[in-house]
Design a protein around this ligand. Sequence first.
Ligand code: MG
Length: 369
Amino acid sequence: MNRRTFLSTPVLAVPPAAAASAPGAASLITRIRRLNLRHTWTTVMSSSQYRDTFFVEYSRDGITGIGEGAPIVRYKESAESCRRAVESIREWLSSQNPEAFVPFMDGVFRRVEGQFAAKAALDIALMDWNAQRLGVPLWRLFGLDPASAPVTTYSIGIDKADVIRQKVREAADFPVLKVKVGLDNDEEVMAALRSVTDKPLRVDANEGFRSKEQAVEKILWLEKQGVEFIEQPLPAANLEDMNWIRKRIHIPVIADEACLHPADIPRLAPYFDGVNVKVDKCGGLLEAKRMIEIARSLGLKVMLGCMVSSSVAITAAAHLSPLVDYADLDGNLLISNDPYEGVRVDKGKLILPQRPGLGLRPRVSAGAA
Ligand code: MG
């Protein structure tokens, strides 16, 4: 093949479906799905049996990209508000060039106030579409090595001792567990855990400690329980007490509720050892990658977290996971009716799909696609 033929040969065959649709016409489907939790999920913030998340299916030229965002009530988001946000710019979305996904998402951010889960769903659908278009898995579009994907923790929800022991047995394949603390029964929870496992633990206080003194007392006790690090011991707005705490403890402290967007990170850097980046909170993979880069430039550890969601959002985040130190991407494993399969877990390690795009496949047993 000479240079001329090489340049004129399409790198990818356009799938046959493209011929049937009008050239360049985009179609957009918005959807709300109810995801049922395997166990009632209790944290400092809430207790519930299901979550409704928001899905976008973006189709053009015979390719469909799928995205998902989990709305966060604290930030005035619901699956319905996500849907309204996307529907409010439907016409504009259809007129944009998806291949230029950076200005496309900039335009979305300029047009929609808040509603970051909706933006995340759009961003993920666009990235899935583009990687499929190029015929590569999304990690390759980001220039990453899937062999560097970290292990993910598996979250053990707060519960009665016998249920906790059962959950730990279900998590046999995971070398590191995550547990929520900050309620009155922390001692009971930790005793139940330690009666059945000696695996390293990562704990999340979800702002649950009532004072800096209590935080230090609890963290020193947690250190003795084999805890590797703690997330968000105090309320997000309380930065001034963080360094008082850090001087008295020995494990890293990771900001989560305090860290939503790229601009938060320089402000948090003097007070935390690392940040938890969540695609749903920041509004997509492009913003999440920006946050990871800013955190790295400031010498911070990076954790990639998630909400309860299907394999769509979890697989999307997993494609960025080779960039981070810690992954907490188990939201899809906590539900019983996941409509898709994508990223897999082998002895805790995230196994990224080799298929183009996110690499999702409908899960036939869920009866939905
Ligand atoms: Mg957290």
